[in-house]
Design a protein around this ligand. Structure first.
Ligand code: HEC
Length: 121
């Protein structure tokens, strides 16, 4: 290999190196929707409050109505009664809400909330 060929080979290899190293600087795609709850755990604010307001607080509101004995409008009220709540929402012969069981996935979410430690947020 003569000197000229050596220079040419060197120039080509520098070119190739520059091009391939350019790929390394490619930015990773930005994450458009970062998970607001990275732990993935069920929380009162994130999951449970809306179930209660959609299915229960028409009677278990503050104040209560339609003869309901308890308010379920705050984290503490729901947390303190979670065992009674889980029992009644799964009781087909005496269900809460009274007009019939909620979908299984909704009921399982409340059980999962308990299993995850009754987190508020
Ligand atoms: C249409 C009104 C109404 C709705 C909606 C309703 N409840 Fe009730 N709830 C009552 C009444 C009335 C009682 C008392 C009679 C009884 O225990 O069946 C009661 C009792 C309960 C009790 C027993 C409380 C205790 O201290 O013994 C629990 C737990 C309960 N409800 C949970 C719920 C949950 C959870 C929801 C929503 C998923 C819900 N209820 C929706 C009217 C309602």
């Amino acid at each position: 290999m003569n000197f000229k060929n050596l220079i040419t080979a060197l120039a080509i290899s520098i070119l190739v190196f520059n091009c391939s190293s350019g790929d390394d600087s490619t930015e990773p795609e930005s994450t458009p929707n970062p998970n607001p709850n990275p732990s993935g755990k069920i929380t009162y604010t994130g999951n449970i409050r809306s179930i209660m307001s959609g299915n229960c607080t028409s009677c278990h509101g503050s104040p209560t109505s339609n003869g309901a004995p308890t308010s379920y409008t705050t984290y503490n009220q729901v947390r303190n009664d979670v065992d009674k709540i889980i029992s009644r929402i799964n009781n087909a012969s005496n269900p809460m809400p009274q007009n019939g069981l909620m979908p299984l996935a909704t009921r399982q979410l409340i059980q999962q909330w308990k299993d995850d430690g009754l987190l508020e947020n």
